[in-house]
Design a protein around this ligand. Structure first.
Ligand code: MLT
Length: 383
């Protein structure tokens, strides 16, 4: 039996790979499983983006190695979008890097800045990659709680001073996965000030910034001086139903991006240029975005109203396609998720999978047609 490296042994199994296994087992038993586990949009990529890709595929210049930091035209499109959407100026030469999806950038960032034993501040509950990327780089994740009482925003006063002094990176994620909370400008201002004081990097994951139903979520780079300490990760995956295409970007502080890019040049060879061309089209034209938002909004209404009627305490999210709700009295999150799968054939993600402060909650991803959402809610209501 081959021995795994100790850094790999320290990692838990990837949450969504584990859920996949559970689902496969149930499917093999003949259960009609409704998978509300991973947040993978079910709607197709808007056809104008596919058309742009088809045209790009015919261009032989795209069949060779792409540039490491992304095509100039892609970086310019990102800067145009940031200006239009957030009123943030970005220099496409130094302040934008193309990514093979935001997960890739998040996973590689700690390798550039973390020495053995350095502390990385990780939101809990949170996307599992912040923790794993820290461990792979030899760092020590410090999980700071996102509590319901504080609107799932970081309670920075609760982070001990000696931890802040040792911190090199703080991961943030708003709109938040899994809680769906949105950050206010005041929260970001406070965090930027803290990062400047204690000299750590802020890595803000904004993958869900375009999936909103109330005021458009803000970019951390809208805060004055944020660019001194912060980078922001974006993805086209959720915005344009492009999870399989693998395209995202990191923007912001040029020195941080330089470090990330040095890691990337040594590990990967960039994003297929035809995909970047399709992404330029998507960023410039925002095809079907309203339709996508309306679809999620409708699904949320169906799911939440049905569960509420059944007496389950659940609030509609202001952003993301996740519904994060408390498990009924007497269950742990894992017990409730297991019961939902065993008795109702509904796959939910247990809150504990996102960290210890996720205990007591489950997450439902609404990536399926209305009828299935209704069916899932009915089955859960009958538990
Ligand atoms: C999730 O379900 O949390 C996400 O879809 C995972 C991802 O984006 O990689």
């Amino acid at each position: 039996m081959l021995e795994w490296a100790s850094r790999l042994k320290k990692l838990p199994p990837y949450l969504f790979a584990e859920l996949d296994e559970k689902k496969e087992k149930k499917l093999a038993e003949g259960v009609d499983v409704i998978d509300m586990g991973v947040g993978d949009p079910d709607m197709p990529t808007p056809s104008p983006i596919i058309e742009a890709m088809k045209k790009a595929l015919e261009k032989p210049e795209h069949h060779r190695y792409p540039t490491y930091n992304g095509m100039k035209s892609f970086r310019e499109a990102v800067a145009r979008w940031y200006k239009k959407r957030f009123n943030v100026e970005l220099d496409p030469e130094t302040e934008v890097v193309a990514l093979i999806g935001s997960k890739e950038g998040i996973a590689h960032l700690p390798l550039a800045f973390i020495e053995e034993g350095d502390v990385v501040l990780v939101p809990d509950p949170g996307y599992p990659v912040y923790h794993s990327a820290t461990v792979l780089a030899g760092g020590e994740p410090y999980h700071f709680p996102l509590r319901e009482e504080t609107g799932f925003l970081p309670d920075v006063e609760a982070i001990p001073e000696d931890i802040l002094k040792k911190a090199k990176i703080m991961f943030l994620n708003y709109p938040n996965n899994p809680t769906s909370a949105c950050a206010t400008k005041e929260t970001f201002e406070k965090l930027v000030k803290l990062a400047k004081e204690y000299k750590f990097i802020i890595a803000h994951d904004a993958a869900y910034s375009e999936i909103y139903y109330e005021d458009p979520p803000i970019s951390i780079l809208e805060v004055p001086e944020a660019k001194d300490v912060a980078i922001e990760f974006h993805s086209l995956s959720k915005t344009f139903n492009m999870t399989g295409w693998r395209i995202g970007m990191a923007v912001g502080n040029s020195e941080i991006l330089k470090g990330l890019l040095k890691v990337k040049t040594n590990i990967d060879s960039g994003v297929f240029q035809a995909v970047q061309e399709a992404a330029i089209f998507a960023l410039d034209n925002q095809p079907e975005i309203e339709n996508i938002r309306n679809t999620y909004k409708r699904r949320i209404d169906i799911f939440v109203s049905r569960l509420k009627k059944a007496g389950i305490n659940v609030n509609p999210p202001k952003a993301t396609f996740y519904v994060w709700f408390k498990v009924p009295e007497g269950y742990t999150s894992m017990e409730f998720a297991n019961t939902a799968l065993e008795k109702a054939g509904v796959l939910l993600t247990p809150g504990i999978g996102f960290g210890k402060y996720g205990e007591g909650f489950v997450r439902a991803a609404l990536c399926m047609p209305d009828e299935r959402i209704e069916e899932a809610a009915n089955r859960l209501a009958g538990l």
